[in-house]
Design a protein. Structure first.
Length: 438
């Protein structure tokens, strides 16, 4: 792309701040005062009303973002000078990338300003070069609860607070600082972060609350115009991602059970062929050990887990609370009920089938994305036979499969020495979709 080719009549996208004319350069102000067409939000248009030409056409973009490219095209077709007013830096979660996508870069002349995030950092002296910027400036996302799905409007923020020490958050009146604080508390991070809230920047009623505890901020109310800064006060944990000891998981008592043992879990996760952004299903979650390790491995993906037994569902939820992941959703139910609402998977683990094994296998492989993997663990000959017979019947539909028998032995003390005690043998059945389903 040759950016040296200048359009003779570009649309000027001008970054503005709430102190009005004082925030504009002489060049930006001259373009604003000479514009034939001015586009902006209602509040911004009102702020600069006295700077427009008397006959300038005003377009309020509030709730009409999709109309803006057509307004710009129409102005340029009539050889009229056009200005779009945007808050702060139009390229930082602003309108400029949207216009560039629907028009072209050469049709735009972008005059950036300071972002409100930069101003907020300057107010409290927080370096921001290594901070993660997250926007929740959208429709009402609703309150966050542990295990919320990726469709939730605060999901990206919940993921980001796990991975970053500093965050700069663009809010909205609904997705407010107190709601963000409650997200941190719900995720068990209320003691790990400090918050700062900068309200009404560059206005007479500006207020900066510099060191808030999320626990305190969760019950407060804030001005509708604000930005939030978050920074860690406790070192981020460095958890083991793969191969945790069985004792790390809560299990059914008094007899420990319904956990995929460490050795089998490691091989099963390896055979799932997980990627950072994999969508994973965990059917018959038991204690949740496989799905929770998968969630740590798929930091940009999501794990959907289901368990029919009420007590085991509660244990998996307990492990979820202790595991420090926000990309894991646990459901109480019996598969295949509810699976139709889940996105198509890249990887599926079956640890328990509730007597629906043949139908589950066929249904999962129909939904599986190309190149995806299904891994199943069995300890009975009957389930092994059902699985292999079902997979044999699907071989002509782009499915390949194999069986691995795994038996481990662990050392145990005997007097002043040690012996090897065998674990139960497990069959690991793996199927892979090599072709897209019809």
């Amino acid at each position: 792309m040759d950016t040296s080719i200048k359009d003779p009549n570009p649309c000027r996208v001008i970054g503005v701040l709430d102190d009005g004319v004082a925030s504009l350069s002489a060049t930006a102000l001259a373009h604003l005062r000479s514009a034939d067409v001015v586009i902006g939000g209602a509040r911004t248009l009102a702020l600069f009303e006295h700077e427009f030409k008397a006959d300038a056409v005003r377009h309020d973009l509030t709730g009409q973002l999709k109309a803006v490219p057509d307004w710009v095209r129409a102005a340029r077709a009539d050889h009229l000078s056009c200005v779009v007013l945007a808050t702060g830096d139009p390229l930082c979660h602003g309108i400029a990338p949207y216009l560039a996508q629907h028009l072209c870069v050469q049709a735009l002349d972008i005059l950036p300003n300071l972002s409100t995030l930069q101003l907020a950092c300057a107010r409290i002296g927080l370096a921001w070069q290594d901070a993660r910027i997250v926007s929740v400036h959208a429709r009402d996302a609703g309150e966050w609860a542990r295990g919320s799905l990726p469709s939730h409007g605060l999901y990206a923020l919940a993921q980001a607070v796990r991975a970053n020490a500093r965050l700069l958050v663009l809010t909205s009146p609904d997705n407010s600082p107190d709601r963000i604080a409650r997200l941190l508390v719900a995720e068990g991070l209320g003691d790990d972060f400090h918050m700062a809230v900068a309200e009404n920047l560059l206005q007479p009623e500006e207020r900066v609350l510099a060191e808030l505890s999320p626990h305190d901020a969760a019950g407060m109310r804030f001005a509708s115009l604000n930005v939030v800064l978050l920074w860690r006060t406790a070192a981020a944990p460095r958890p083991v991602r793969f191969g945790l000891a069985d004792a790390e998981f809560a299990q059914r008592q008094p007899e420990k059970g319904l956990i995929t043992k460490q050795e089998v879990r490691a091989v099963s996760l390896a055979r799932l062929q997980l990627r950072a952004d994999s969508v994973v299903w965990d059917i018959g979650a038991g204690s949740g050990s496989v799905g929770l390790e998968a969630a740590r491995l798929c930091s940009q993906g999501h794990v959907y887990a289901i368990e029919k037994n009420e007590a085991d569902h509660a244990i998996a939820g307990q492990n979820h609370a202790a595991f420090g992941v926000s990309n894991y959703s646990l459901f109480h139910g019996k598969a295949p009920e509810g699976l139709d609402t889940w996105p198509d998977p890249d990887a599926v683990f079956i640890g328990g089938s509730g007597g629906e094994l043949a139908g589950l296998i066929a249904g999962i492989l129909r939904r599986m994305r190309q190149g995806g993997s299904l891994v199943m663990n069995f300890v009975t000959l009957e389930n092994l036979a059902t699985a292999t017979a079902t997979l044999q019947s699907l071989e002509g539909e782009g499915i390949s499969w194999d069986v691995l028998q795994l038996q481990a032995a662990r050392s145990k003390p005997i007097l002043h020495m040690h012996r090897m005690a065998a674990e139960n043998p497990v069959w690991i059945v793996c199927a892979r979709r090599t072709e897209a389903s019809a």
